[in-house]
Design a protein around this ligand. Structure first.
Ligand code: 4AD
Ligand code: MG
Length: 431
């Protein structure tokens, strides 16, 4: 029997007979030839069925084959310089498997709502496939970088008794007789793990019941959260710029085909090299004021501000040292200016906004205890977090990078929803 191959590996079989298993993506026919575009998840290849060269039954089956029917095809691999792949298959036999009648996603344009309702099928199209491949490659690159840099992956819980990033956006669930919440961030657990293992990271879902309907917000998104014992603010920023440039380079090196499918302008990614520019929050406010924005010191930035700040640069920019009052309770104040904290947001270029939020954490017991009071944090739920400062506390820092925003930026997507296989947005819990 002919060897089974994937489309991606077909080049190894030039001149030989192979078996391909996949789905019909598209078809063109003249009276005597059918050109079948077959996809198998690894690529798309043209399979040519010539009436004069196959059994009548094979020619008829090809004529009847509908979009997204599954099929096994055997044939000879031929070099073909006209195709992007470099090969086509001269079909010999055909075994139809699952038929596909009136496939809803035709090759014409559809509205986003329609496509989102059919997300389980939409992901079969070459563009969505390319995004999912790049997303997986980004996750791989992130793990490679951190694993090679001495980090240990630690998996924090998804069900938590308390909030890490403010209480207004929590998903409440019942935990038998107790109240519990879906995690907003694994950070607090990663701080505990950093005291056990030195350098750690998590990779998993985070949930925010945010009523924001923007192209940057999902209700459920994935976050990668490194946390490092003995790292101070400067060390944290250096790690982040190395990490992000590594990930971008890895995608450029490994996802050429997918970036091409997405028509991504890769020259905008090639400049993403460490070091990244930095602006203090103070400078950013002044700069925005000088450009006519009605902002005063102490205000937070909105999406248009972030977009304008980032547009000055050809790579991501750090905005550092935000006012203590507008950032999370756990951030370490700047020793010489306690009204600001040792934090930074990394803003991606091309309007993609904040992809990383990070900071040095308060390691002093008394200061953390004081913040608990100021922020009215319930003692029982957070006792363990305070205790980390009680026994062998050290300066430490970390950050969280949003996976979907990173994917959206690197792929050049309009909206983060396409960066997640089955996105959860404000009005969507289906499919
Ligand atoms: O800035 P955030 O809220 O930071 C934290 O959660 C920290 N505890 C992380 C840490 O220091 N370990 O979120 C971090 C990143 C954001 O920069 C953004 O990329 C992403 O998570 N993010 C979202 N992505 C999609 N949809 C949302 N609703 C998001 N909220 C945050
Ligand atoms: Mg943030």
């Amino acid at each position: 029997m002919n060897p089974i191959t994937t489309i991606a590996q077909i080049g190894q079989y030039e001149g030989q007979a192979v078996r391909l298993r996949g789905w019909l993506y598209n078809k063109r026919s003249s009276g005597k030839i059918h050109f079948l575009q077959l996809r198998d998840g690894t690529g798309v290849i043209q399979c040519v069925v010539v009436k004069a060269e196959v059994d009548e039954q094979v020619f008829e089956q090809s004529a009847a084959l509908t979009q997204e029917s599954s099929v096994i095809v055997t044939g000879i691999v031929k070099a073909d310089t006209r195709s992007a792949l470099g090969y086509e298959v001269q079909v010999q036999t055909m075994t139809p498997l699952g038929e596909s009648v009136e496939y809803p996603i035709t090759l014409k344009e559809h509205g986003v709502d329609f496509l989102m309702d059919h997300r389980h099928l939409w992901i079969r199209t070459p563009r969505q496939r390319a995004i999912l491949k790049i997303r997986a490659e980004i996750e791989r690159a992130m793990q490679l970088f951190l694993d090679n840099d001495g980090f240990t992956r630690v998996d924090p819980p998804v069900i938590t008794p308390s909030s890490a990033e403010g209480t207004t956006e929590l998903f409440h669930i019942k935990y038998f007789d107790e109240d519990a919440y879906l995690t907003q961030s694994g950070q607090m657990y990663m701080e505990a793990a950093a005291m056990a293992l030195g350098k750690v990271y998590s990779m998993g879902p985070a949930f925010r019941a945010e009523k924001s309907k923007t192209r940057r917000h999902l209700i459920e998104f994935w976050m990668i959260e490194p946390e490092m014992a003995f790292y101070e603010h400067e060390d944290n920023l250096r790690l982040q710029e190395q990490f992000v440039s590594y990930v971008v380079k890895h995608v450029l090196d490994n996802c050429e085909v997918e970036l091409h499918v997405l028509e991504r302008d890769t020259s905008k990614l090639e400049t993403v090299l460490a070091p990244f520019p930095r602006m203090s929050y103070d400078e950013a406010i002044k700069w925005l004021q000088s450009r006519g924005h009605d902002l005063k010191w102490g205000d937070d930035f909105g999406a248009p501000h972030e977009t304008e700040l980032a547009a000055q640069f050809d790579r991501p920019v750090f905005i550092e040292r935000y006012p203590t009052a507008i950032k999370a309770f756990y951030m370490q104040p700047d020793a010489s200016r306690p009204e600001v904290v040792l934090c930074a947001d990394m803003l991606a270029p091309e309007g993609y906004g904040e992809i990383i939020g990070g900071s040095q954490r308060i390691h002093d017991y008394n200061l953390m205890a004081q913040r608990f009071k100021e922020h009215h944090l319930p003692e029982e739920a957070y006792r363990w977090y305070l205790e980390l400062r009680q026994w062998g506390s050290v300066p430490h820092s970390g950050f969280g990078i949003g996976l979907e925003r990173t994917v959206a930026w690197i792929c050049g997507l309009e909206h983060v929803r396409e960066a997640n296989p089955f996105p959860r947005t404000l009005y969507r819990l289906y499919p």
